[in-house]
Ligand binder design. Structure first.
Ligand code: ADP
Ligand code: MG
Length: 417
């Protein structure tokens, strides 16, 4: 749907800005749009600007993009492209030459004129897609260089994509009025639950795995986050395999494996955040609004002002977003929300762990919160699920181990002296 609209925009000669948090499927969509455009005889280039380091790097990314054009179109600009040769394609791979071009900024200027050259020489429209466009902000004045070329190209459609709303805003609103007024903003949202359900059913069925019983749960835990959905689905498939039926235990195991897989990344993200940003996340992970007094007291936020500032910063980085048609805030990545619940000082949850030959269930990190004990782990799990279901929501932490070292300190059986 978004793809169709972006294609229409490109064909109609309109510029557009596609924005969505990281891993929401922007690049996948951009590739679809480029394929669609090609079918309509609009050749396009995808320029990947993620984490560009220098002007020479920008030149290399641009050059690489133009080298991806079909031969007959590349030939139209072979002279210009030859004059800036930075990379050497060998068997489809590009290797950056050891010595950077003598004048990278001149190379960038030349390369940015190529789309207009192609359009001119073919007499037809060209599409240029600039992915992770906000990365240019790290290079002083580079956005201005791009702008100076882009604004005069009437036969080139530009599609900008980026994941950090605050930086995109800076590029398009503060300094680039002419660009901004010409570009329509489009947000790529979460996956639709029903469509996701059908998509997964088809995929699992084709792979020979019976997942009918747990697909609704998988859709639910992924919260419409494309990459997180695919990660858990993939790990689930790894566990269950063909000709088998996926159970809730498999899903839980896959979800836990996903948590382990992303743990280093999420820990790194957490460490990069300010104290008030962490407090806002802890409030949200606890199901509270950071503006609520209860949350401010609980998390130690000094007041509404600090909560608002930290929230804005998190929104700018697309870590937190506002739910559409609603001002409610939510953590973008469901795995990060769970991570914050586990490690980020959010509200206590429900725990299940072995104790004296039985399994204990607590609704907080202390034996003082013991709710019940059970003969088997699955009975204990079922009770824990009941507690979560009857509460305002929460998580179940399961310690399925005989090794006391793997238990949290408070759950280790104490031997009386
Ligand atoms: N429409 C979709 N349905 C299911 N999974 C998707 C979809 N779009 C993207 N994905 C998954 O999400 C991952 C990240 O997508 P990507 O396009 O790289 O995101 P972005 O460019 O926004 O960071 C992809 O590798 C793919 O597994
Ligand atoms: Mg991308």
């Amino acid at each position: 749907m978004e793809g169709r609209h972006l294609l229409d925009m490109a064909e109609g000669g309109h510029n557009a800005v596609l924005h969505a948090p990281r891993r929401f499927g922007k690049t996948s969509l951009l590739k679809q749009v480029l394929q669609g455009a090609e079918k309509h005889d609009i050749p396009g280039v995808l320029v990947d600007l993620s984490d560009v380091l220098s002007v020479a790097d920008v030149a290399a990314r641009l050059e690489q993009a133009f080298r991806g054009l079909p031969g007959n179109i590349q030939r139209l600009i072979s002279k210009e492209l030859g004059s800036v040769a930075i990379t050497t394609p060998i068997a489809g791979l590009s290797f950056t030459r050891r010595n950077p071009p003598s004048d990278p900024i001149a190379a960038v200027h030349t390369l940015l004129e190529l789309p207009a050259r192609i359009a001119d020489r073919r007499g037809k429209r060209v599409l240029v897609v600039l992915d992770e466009f906000q990365s240019l902000i790290a290079l002083d004045g580079m956005d201005g260089v791009f702008r100076s070329h882009i604004q005069h190209h009437n036969d080139v459609s530009y599609l900008f994509a980026g994941s950090e709303p605050s930086l995109l805003r800076t590029l398009f609103e503060d300094r680039a009025r002419p660009l901004y007024s010409q570009a329509e903003r489009l947000r790529l949202g979460r996956l639709d639950p029903d469509a996701t359900h059908d998509f997964l059913s088809g995929r699992f069925e084709a792979s020979g795995m019976d997942a009918a019983a747990i697909i609704p749960d998988l859709v639910y835990v992924a919260e419409g986050h494309p990459q997180r959905l695919m990660l858990v689905a993939h790990l689930l498939w790894d566990r269950v395999g063909t000709a088998n039926e996926a159970t809730l235990a498999d899903l839980r195991s896959a979800y836990d494996a996903a948590m382990r897989a992303v743990d280093p990344e999420l820990r790194y993200l957490w460490d990069s955040l300010g104290t008030n940003e962490r407090r806002v996340l802890a409030a949200l992970a606890s199901g509270l609004s950071p503006y609520q007094q209860e949350a401010q007291l609980l998390m130690g936020l000094a007041g509404g002002g600090s909560a608002a500032r930290a929230t804005r910063a998190l929104e700018g980085k697309a870590i937190v977003e506002r739910v559409e048609d609603d001002e409610r805030l939510r953590i973008v990545d469901p795995l990060f929300a769970r991570w914050v619940r586990r490690h980020g000082g959010a509200r206590a949850q429900v725990y299940v762990f072995p104790q004296a030959g039985r399994f204990a269930v607590t609704d907080g990190p202390s034996l003082a919160f013991l709710r019940s004990t059970h003969e088997t782990l699955s009975e204990a799990e079922a009770d824990a699920d009941r507690i979560v279901a009857s509460a305002r929501g929460g998580d179940v932490m399961i310690y399925d181990t005989d090794d006391p070292n793997e238990l949290p300190d408070w759950a280790v059986p104490r031997t009386d002296p």
